[in-house]
Design a protein around this ligand. Structure first.
Ligand code: FAD
Length: 398
């Protein structure tokens, strides 16, 4: 299901106003203080945006795949950190929407849609990142439920989270077929929310350690089927990758706009620096890279919205790879284009550059995207592009 175009445009207009009036004036302060802006989360919730991933019967206005991605792009042009604070809700709530029992959905989704319950997705551990199947958090079966022990790392919004989808081994010898997903709420005895990391970028969006010491989880708080948790974790990744692309593209667009404005004002050797061909070429290269990356992101969105095919998934991996690498290159060049001012916190460009680096790491590093694309090439060859698809993309772009 997806919402209609008029409604989508209405939501995007109200998000644009919120970004200009409320987020823009706070973006550099959020970065400097590395503090979660709880008031802005509540204000975003009042716009209804956290309901976009959630069906109406559970208090939402969705589910809709495309609108949240467009919102991430819009917010990231000003604050990539707030874009992640917002969009992580989608990564975390989608497993509950897709695999939760009716009881779990009735209990959790209305609060998440209203912004009063913050959801998190907890897979990564100190010893297990790209190789997610190697997690060592254990879920031991006991009378009426499970006891969970282990440690998670880098969990987005963890420090302010209320409900956590936690992945743990229910059959330690069965590799990725021995992992199950559990819903654990803040305050459960034995569950400690640890420190927030002090990261290079996306500051203000907590990346948090979680510790589970013999935490009892009732059997009915398992999410989906026993030993099918890895599938749940992987099923969120296509959209998560497109979201990561959206944020990277938004951040790079914000940086490039700033660098262009600067280059038109800054005079050296008697003329604005944009009139020096060497500098204009640098900006032209940035604009071309960004526009190319946007095109594959849009294509991946269109494909995924139409079908969850193998091709769509591989194109989403390509979109993630190309947009995050383009964003890193573009933001670095924008710093260069602005000379010493590019390095100064008086302008947002250095922040955009710092914010872009994590996009090449989470939701699968660039190397992992290449691994996935390489596997597709090996097994199925180049993803095919049909003439019907090109024609449909033309219609979608109008
Ligand atoms: C800001 C941020 C937010 C995050 N949010 C969450 C979250 O909400 N929930 C969650 O569960 N996790 C989260 N993560 C964790 C993230 O998913 C991991 O950082 C990511 O999967 C990479 O794992 P790693 O950092 O352990 O790196 P590693 O897996 O240790 O990789 C280190 C390096 O080795 C390379 N490498 C690894 N394997 C291969 C291979 N087979 N071939 C080639 N190169 C390889 C990698 O590309 C990388 O360059 C977040 C991370 C960050 C930075």
């Amino acid at each position: 299901m997806s919402i209609d175009n008029d409604f989508r445009n209405q939501i995007l207009s109200s998000v644009e106003r919120f970004v200009a009036d409320r987020i823009a004036p706070r973006a550099s302060e959020i970065d400097a203080a590395n503090l979660f802006p709880a008031d802005l989360y509540r204000e975003a919730a009042a716009l209804g945006v956290f309901g976009l991933w959630i069906p109406e019967e559970y208090g939402g206005i969705g589910p809709d795949m495309v609108t949240p991605l467009l919102i991430s792009d819009v917010i990231a042009r000003v604050s990539p950190s707030f874009a992640l604070i917002f969009s992580n809700c989608g990564d975390a709530v989608t497993p509950i929407v897709n695999f939760g029992s009716d009881e779990q959905k009735r209990r959790l989704l209305p609060g998440i849609a209203a912004g009063t319950t913050i959801p998190c997705f907890a897979l990564t551990e100190p010893g297990s990142g790209s190789d997610a199947a190697s997690i060592s958090t254990q879920a031991e079966e006991v009378d009426r439920g499970y006891r969970i022990s282990g440690r998670k790392m880098w969990i987005t919004n963890g420090g302010v989270g209320d409900v956590f989808t936690v992945f743990a081994k229910t059959d330690p010898d069965a590799g990725n077929k021995g992992i199950s997903a559990f819903i654990i709420e803040r305050g459960a005895p034995g569950f400690t929310i640890g420190r927030n990391e002090d990261l290079i970028g996306l500051r203000g969006c907590p990346a948090t350690e979680l510790v589970f010491e013999d935490v009892f989880v009732p059997a009915d708080q398992m999410l989906g089927e026993k030993n099918r948790g890895f599938r749940i974790a992987m099923s969120t990744l296509d959209e998560a990758r497109l979201n990561c692309s959206a944020m990277a593209l938004g951040a790079a667009t914000g940086a490039l706009q700033c660098a262009i404005d600067y280059a038109k004002e800054r005079v050296q050797f008697g003329k604005p620096i944009i009139e020096h061909q060497g500098l204009a070429f640098l900006l032209a290269d940035c604009a071309a890279r960004l526009t190319g990356a946007r095109a594959i992101w849009q294509r991946a969105m269109t494909m995924l919205e139409r079908s969850r095919s193998r091709e769509a998934s591989t194109i989403a991996a390509m979109a993630k790879l190309l947009s995050t690498e383009a964003a890193m290159r573009v933001t670095t060049e924008c710093v260069q284009a602005m000379g010493a001012n590019g390095l100064s916190k008086a302008y947002p460009v250095e922040r955009f550059m710092r914010d872009c680096k994590p996009f090449e790491v989470f939701d699968g590093t660039s190397q992992i995207q290449k691994l996935l694309i390489g596997r597709h090439l090996e097994k199925y060859g180049l993803p095919e592009v049909s003439h019907e698809e090109i024609a449909a993309l033309g219609i979608a772009a109008e």
